[in-house]
Design a protein around this ligand. Structure first.
Ligand code: SF4
Length: 371
């Protein structure tokens, strides 16, 4: 069945598809900062930032990042905490750590020159098949196909593919389709046009088929099935979680710790944080408070007396909906140990030097304002 879908993509289909897409892109492409360059370094940074993030959110981060690290050598020579500091707020911080490691590898193993082929690109940390295809085609005009969220939706609809596009067979089909439609001339610009069409007219809900330049070759449109394609798997179950962040104070400074490699937001700094049982709206019970004191002592070496709830922050991380209670706490003994990674007493005026989680930054701002 999959092969039959691809059989429809013959030379007549391509003759109707390619020029229409190109003309539309020339007339409608958004002017985005990373589209004004063929520099693989800049393209790479933009592609990594755009994963899981909107274009509007990325633009200021992209500019700040490149002002600070204008070349791959500058990035490779940076401290990881400086890279994370510039990434703060974008989330998925492993992306920033991988970027930093990949930059070091490019400098050490490729004499600071970007590999041009998709296979070598994929040996770099954090660069998968899509990002490799994007860099190879956008920067070097290699005929490398791409498949990400926008093109996955677009390809599925063009083909009328109504099975799971994320399954192994679905991925095989869509990558093959991405390769088949790619022209020899200017494949990089063509890939950009595919993403742009997927991101704009071929939107997840209510695609604007009336304005679509390739509607006449779109099978989902022809069959009136745009709303049901692509196939969507059932939504992930949301899990409610309650966590406590402790603002432990000692002589005007607060305890911060760096999150470990196996933790969420690895490499970022944060106030000591612990999960507690329960989903209610109340403050921690006396039993939970005693347990928190024990957990703090175990993980940091510090004994503290817990105070009142300073603030409550609600946020979500992947499938977790988190209710975060920020409690004040006073140091009453103990010395920091480093069994669980770096920890430090930090004055509020120095919070800005540390890459913090978004919620950590909110609490830090609140503590700094109390000074
Ligand atoms: Fe998407 Fe509609 Fe265009 Fe088909 S016709 S590619 S569904 S916008």
């Amino acid at each position: 069945m999959h092969d039959a879908l691809l059989d429809a993509i013959d030379s007549a289909w391509l003759r109707r598809f390619r020029p229409r897409l190109r003309n539309w892109y020339t007339a409608h492409a958004r002017d985005l900062p990373w589209r004004r360059t063929r520099d693989p370094y800049r393209i790479w940074i933009s592609e990594i930032m755009l994963q899981q993030t909107t274009v509007a959110a990325v633009i200021p981060y992209y500019r700040r990042f490149l002002d600070r690290f204008p070349t791959v050598r500058k990035l490779a020579a940076a401290e990881e905490s400086d890279v994370l500091r510039l990434w703060e707020g974008l989330g998925y911080y492993s992306r920033a750590r991988n970027i930093h490691r990949a930059a070091q590898k490019i400098v050490q193993e490729h004499r600071a020159r970007f590999p041009t082929d998709v296979h070598t690109l994929q040996t770099l940390p954090g660069i998968g098949r899509y990002t490799a295809g994007a860099i190879a085609s956008f920067a070097f005009d290699q005929p490398a196909p791409i498949l990400e969220a926008n093109t996955l939706r677009l390809y599925s609809r063009l083909l009328g593919f109504d099975r799971d596009p994320r399954s192994a067979s679905g991925q095989k089909l869509l990558w093959e389709f991405g390769q088949r439609i790619l022209p020899k001339s200017s494949p990089g610009q063509f890939n950009q046009a595919l993403i742009e069409l997927g991101a704009s007219l071929c939107a997840p809900t209510d695609p604007n088929c009336r304005a679509c330049p390739v509607a006449l070759v779109c099978r989902a449109f022809r069959e009136g099935r745009q709303q049901e394609i692509p196939f969507r798997s059932r939504r992930q179950q949301i899990t409610e979680v309650v966590e406590v962040s402790l603002a432990v104070r000692k002589s005007g400074r607060y305890l911060l710790r760096q999150r470990g490699d196996q933790e969420r937001w690895a490499g970022m700094w944060d106030f000591p944080r612990f999960e507690i049982a329960g989903q209610g709206n109340g403050a921690p019970t006396a039993t939970q408070r005693r347990k928190l004191v024990d957990q703090l002592a175990q993980s940091t070496g510090i004994d503290a007396e817990l105070g009142s709830v300073l603030t409550e922050i609600r946020h979500s991380v992947t499938r977790y909906r988190i209710r975060l209670l920020c409690l004040e706490a006073a140091h009453r003994g103990g010395r920091l140990h480093r069994r669980n990674g770096p920890q430090q007493w930090v004055a509020p005026r120095d919070f800005y030097k540390f890459p913090l989680s978004v919620t950590g930054r909110k609490l830090a701002g609140m503590l700094a304002n109390q000074q």
